[in-house]
Design a binder for this molecule. Structure first.
Ligand code: CP3
Length: 367
């Protein structure tokens, strides 16, 4: 029988194993994460992993045998359960809401499903300004109430046991899926629209900016502690176009959120540090192709840094190799107020659990 959040109480989140004791001063995991986001000194860097929930966990795969992905994200008790699974197992300092970036296009009238062989398929593709004008950016919060319900359940269960991160895709990254009509071997149509019909591109980005802002404010009102904006396709942009095609829209979103809610901007492949800092993000996510030491030098001291262990190691390396690489990153960042340990991208589905255990243990026992 499924042990949903609705059936449990907050004392049971950590049933079984106890979270590791705090060594220096009593600090909750939630506070550790928030302190690091605000570049305050902490006992050790907080740790969470992008895509920590999902197919890498046997308990997720067991639930997935009985429920579609859509059921999991649209049923608040199930979304809450999946969000909490990795926190129960690994005592991460942050939980990330279980949902998907594509729920925003769906709420605007462009639905999605999954292809048999992997990848996303959308109901249609946006070709031009006329298609963009059809998108409804005014009813996103009404259509995504199920997300607010999930956030409330998760927060009630988590308490201070971990920070809860809400998230959304960036307008640029969403525009890529929407103009391709799903996943593509090589995304190129959003850049094509940006170059050939700037008016249509800007209208699309404006509509997405409004929808994403409303969606993130919905999550904040429901109780998330911080936000991550996934600009996972930022690296597709020629550096000279990053600011106009992605950065400026992210900046508009950040400016429209309450200043008390920290925002992490993860723009995979982007090295335009001034534009990233210019978004107003409290923290910048660094991917594994980027040298972490170099990124830290390029960023102001009052901006937190998150990353960037190569996720491929979780599939291919041994636990001791994972420990060595995690320790190298932790040593490199020693003393830097405002460091959040994470991967450079999401946990691969074929991850070996013993590697995740080695990674988390290395980060949580770092002194
Ligand atoms: O990080 C987390 O644990 C929270 C949940 C989360 C999911 N998707 C769950 C999910 C988050 C933050 C996302 C973001 C997301 N979704 C992104 C940006 C982040 C990134 O990794 O770059 C993108 C590009 C998507 C769109 C999307 N959703 C794709 C391309 C796919 C894969 C389709 C496939 O064939 O596997 C998804 C599905 C998806 N989203 C899964 C999960 C756990 C797999 C669903 C399943 O089959 O169980």
């Amino acid at each position: 029988m499924l042990n949903t959040v609705a059936e449990t109480n907050s004392a049971t989140v950590f049933a079984g194993k106890k979270p590791p004791a705090n060594r220096n001063r009593p600090i909750s995991a939630c506070q550790r994460m928030l302190d690091a986001l605000h570049c305050r000194q902490v006992d050790r860097p907080p740790v969470w992993l992008m895509r920590q929930a999902g197919r890498c966990l046997p308990e997720y795969r067991a639930l997935r045998e009985r429920h579609s992905f859509r059921e999991l994200i649209q049923t608040p008790a199930l979304a809450a359960e999946v969000t909490l699974q990795p926190v129960r197992r690994f005592h991460f300092d942050a939980a990330i809401l279980f949902s998907d970036i594509l729920v925003v296009p769906e709420a605007m009238g462009q639905g999605f499903s999954f292809r048999e062989k992997g990848g996303v398929e959308m109901t249609h593709r946006l070709r031009d300004g006329a298609d963009v004008r059809q998108l409804n950016d005014r009813e996103v919060t009404a259509r995504l109430q199920y997300v607010a319900e999930a956030v409330k359940l998760i927060k009630a269960e988590l308490g201070e046991g971990a920070a809860l991160l809400g998230f959304a895709g960036s307008p640029w990254t969403l525009a890529n899926f929407m103009t391709e009509g799903g996943s593509a071997a090589r995304h190129g149509k959003a850049l094509e629209l940006f170059n050939s019909d700037r008016q249509a591109f800007d209208l699309l980005a404006q509509k997405l900016t409004r929808a994403v802002t409303d969606f993130l404010n919905l999550q904040i009102d429901a109780g998330v502690d911080a936000i991550q904006i996934f600009d996972s396709l930022g690296g597709l942009l020629p550096p000279e176009d990053f600011a106009a095609a992605s950065g400026k829209w992210i900046a508009e979103i950040v400016a429209a959120l309450p200043p008390s809610t920290p925002v992490i901007v993860y723009s995979k492949g982007t090295r335009d540090w001034p534009s990233l800092v210019g978004t107003g993000a409290q923290a910048i996510g660094i991917d594994h192709e980027i040298d972490l030491a170099g990124a830290v030098k390029a960023l102001p001291r009052d901006v937190a840094v998150q990353g960037n262990l190569n996720p491929a190691l979780l599939q291919t390396a041994s636990p001791s190799e994972v420990r060595t690489e995690a320790s190298r990153l932790l040593e490199l960042m020693r003393g830097r107020a405002g460091y959040i340990f994470n991967l450079g991208h999401g946990v691969p589905p074929e991850t070996k659990l013993e590697n995740l255990e080695a990674l988390v243990d290395t980060a949580q026992t770092f002194v």
